[in-house]
Design a protein around this ligand. Structure first.
Ligand code: BG6
Length: 474
């Protein structure tokens, strides 16, 4: 019993948080490049403050990030040393289509990822590719208003066709949109949406979400046509809401907030807009413009598996007196039973088991945990070594919870990739200081450092976990 023999252990990154090389080999500019570190980051990622290009006052960490664009061979070799079975990474749309609306792709960009995937294969690592991890070409944002415009579906389709064809035989596992529900919470960073004053934000967000859902179904269709071996998944920022108390008002509120996220997977996995969503959109005054054939497309091309990120559970309360704490972009009521990370994210391993069970009950499709981990301040010694027992403890408890979900509850789980297996730029804060990796990278919040990679204590620990297929977590 325990994890399946072919369980996909590994780690995850996203192009904009690790690659750097933002203007190399013909790459175009994207929303994720122009989000700076500092106090303006939040208003910018939420679409309230406009930042369509670099300025002199801000520091933009994604420009160089950890320079994986030039270090990928060394980094993949380190992943292989840990015994990774899979490596989740994302493609930067603007390396392949610098503006997004070209007919022909940029060969240098295509070649880069081909080399990366070949390097993975050489090291017996199965790539798990996120087609868009928050990124949208700046040109599509300026000229079309990003995903609010239906034409984005066609541009995304072109991207998918290009990569599915070029990487046939190299890549089998695909995710269409990273944390698709983030469009509601971080609309500029998550989907390139910026709002003009007085605009009905819900209308824009849900229409854009509809276009992404159509694009996702289209991607699934094309992926299967090009190679029946392809497996396509959706990706949700997950973590159940608990009611703060047994007051039915709290329970009802928790259910309603959970549905804001499930809405996306309900469409991607069950193939139609759920009844509660139709009612809710009506109440919000949102009218989704659907094209002929949309409903059939959604119904016919549902995902093969469901992937998600899990950092924490959340709490819903109707009592405004309860304290709020930070979470993955969306804040939640503080749970008095849980400890928090240095960034205020609450730590709840059992919540992972609960989330796995909830998703499996709801969809009965294979699940894949594609993000989980602890963002912490690491203090390296002079050799770059970090004694990160806190990270090992966090991961151990979460792996134990997922083992219980598989072994004791019968949840079907394909794999587990920890977030930021090598230190990278934080999406929420733009900091380097918030580290998740097994591999320390010498770079700070201001962009200083040698970029040298060194193994932390957790490196050897995770290696052992993988080698024993999750049976030795000591
Ligand atoms: C998820 C994202 O929201 O959480 C990642 O998919 C992100 O891109 C991760 O980095 C952790 O969040 P943060 O803000 O700590 O980087």
């Amino acid at each position: 019993m325990g994890f399946r023999e072919d369980f996909l252990w590994g780690g995850a990154t996203a192009a904009n948080q690790c690659e750097g090389g933002y203007d190399e080999d013909g790459r175009g500019l994207a929303n994720v490049d122009v989000v700076p570190i500092g106090k303006d980051r939040l208003p910018i990622i939420s679409g309230k403050m406009k930042m369509f290009d670099f300025d002199e006052e801000h520091f933009y960490p994604a420009k160089k990030a950890i320079d994986m664009y030039h270090h990928y061979k060394e980094d993949i070799a380190l992943f292989a040393q840990m015994g990774f079975k899979t490596y989740r990474l994302s493609i930067a749309w603007t390396r392949i289509f610098p503006n997004g609306d070209e007919k022909e792709p940029n060969e240098a960009g295509l070649k880069f990822y081909e080399d990366v995937f070949k390097e993975c294969k050489k090291n017996h690592i199965e790539p798990l590719v996120t087609i868009t991890h928050f990124d949208c070409p700046m040109h599509l944002i300026k000229e079309y208003g990003s995903w609010r415009d239906r034409r984005l579906v066609g541009f995304y389709e072109n991207l998918c066709r290009t990569i599915f064809t070029r990487y046939k035989g190299l890549v089998k596992y695909w995710l269409t949109f990273n944390e698709i529900n983030m469009i509601l919470h971080a609309p500029f960073m998550g989907a390139g949406l910026y709002f003009e004053e007085g605009e009905n934000e819900d209308q824009v967000k849900y229409q854009a979400a509809h276009h992404e859902l159509i694009a996702s179904a289209m991607a699934t269709k094309i992926a299967h046509e090009i190679d029946p071996e392809n497996q396509v998944g959706c990706m949700l920022a997950a973590g159940n809401y608990y009611p703060y108390s047994c007051n039915p008002e709290d329970v009802w509120k928790g259910l309603q907030i959970d549905r804001e996220s499930y809405f996306f997977v309900d469409v991607q996995s069950r193939g139609e807009y759920p009844a509660y969503a139709l009612k809710d959109l009506e109440r919000k005054g949102v009218q989704i413009e659907m094209a002929d054939g949309d409903q059939e497309l959604l119904k016919k091309y549902t995902v093969d598996f469901i992937s998600f990120s899990y950092y924490s559970s959340r709490v819903a309360s109707t009592d405004p007196a309860h304290n709020v704490t930070e979470g993955n972009i969306f804040a939640s009521t503080k749970n008095p039973y849980l400890e928090s990370s240095e960034w205020g994210w609450q730590i709840d391993p059992l919540g992972l088991r609960i989330t796995l069970n909830t998703l499996y009950d709801r969809y009965q499709k294979p699940l894949f945990i594609v993000e989980n981990g602890l963002g912490a301040v690491d203090v390296p010694d002079k050799n770059g070594y970090v004694e990160d027992d806190y990270r090992i403890n966090y991961l151990r408890e979460h792996i134990e919870a997922m083992r219980a979900a598989v072994e004791e509850d019968g949840v079907e789980l394909l794999g587990y990739t920890t977030w930021g297996c090598i230190d990278l730029v934080s999406a929420g804060s733009g900091e380097m200081k918030k580290r998740y990796g097994f591999i320390y990278v010498d770079r700070d919040n201001e962009g200083n450092g040698t970029l040298k990679r060194s193994k932390k204590k957790s490196f050897d620990w995770y290696k052992k976990v993988i080698a024993t297929n999750g049976t030795d977590l000591a």
